[in-house]
Design a protein around this ligand. Structure first.
Ligand SMILES: [Zn+2]
Ligand SMILES: [Zn+2]
Length: 217
């Protein structure tokens, strides 16, 4: 099952231009089987998106993206929203443990390719506390993603893929391929916990999808 695990919509992220109808129609065109909406700090947009998608028959899951001092974290299964810009990783970890949620560092190597890579290290505080690493992020350079793949390999963690889309043309660039078909969020968490997935560039999968031109602005 092909799922874009990192998507921002204009329902919950002011930085996003991606509207709900556009999200579903583009996801279908691309051959995605589901998307997971991960707005910043709040599930409000994702909740609305799930409501709107219900009638369309296209599955939409919910997550959230939270800034911490150790970088942005994708969190799946969190049962609450968090304060903007004020969550420490320690606080987040406690909330995740209470809620049975899973943490995945988002784009942990973003920017590594712009500087000398040895200036950067993956925060050791995260080791043993995260379920996976977002190895393929659609807004990263391929080189940066390669660093993330290497980090995940070193730590023995599975890689997650998501587009980090803020508009339709960005959707589905990177995806997560799950071994099993997922019907609901409970099952999504189960598959994430068990590591039954891998990250991929959609272009590398055998899925037919028409190209969408990047709008000129
Ligand atoms: Zn981010
Ligand atoms: Zn994001």
């Amino acid at each position: 099952m092909i799922v874009d695990m990192h998507v921002h919509t204009n329902l919950g992220s002011i930085c996003s231009q991606l509207g709900p109808e556009e999200l579903i129609s583009r996801a279908r065109e691309l051959g995605l089987h589901a998307v997971c909406v991960t707005e910043h700090h709040s599930h409000r947009g994702a909740d609305r998106m799930v409501e709107l998608a219900r009638g369309s028959g296209f599955p939409v899951f919910r997550g959230v993206e939270i800034y911490t001092e150790l970088g942005d974290m994708l969190v799946y299964g969190l049962k609450r929203d968090t304060r903007y810009h004020l969550t420490t990783f320690r606080e987040l970890l406690q909330m995740a443990e209470e809620d049975g949620a899973l943490i995945v560092p988002a784009h942990p190597t973003r920017g590594w390719d712009q500087k000398h890579p040895h200036q950067h290290v993956f925060p050791r505080e995260l080791v043993g506390k995260v379920a996976a690493i977002e190895t393929l992020n659609g807004a990263n350079t391929e080189r940066s993603n390669l660093w993330a793949v290497q980090v995940a390999r070193e730590l023995g963690l599975p890689g997650l893929g998501g587009s980090d889309a803020h508009s339709a043309w960005q959707l589905g660039k990177c995806v997560t391929v799950f071994e099993n078909w997922i019907e609901d969020e409970k099952q999504l968490l189960e598959e994430l916990r068990e590591g039954r997935f891998y990250a991929a560039y959609l272009k590398d999968l055998e899925v037919a999808h028409p190209p969408l031109e990047r709008p000129r602005d």
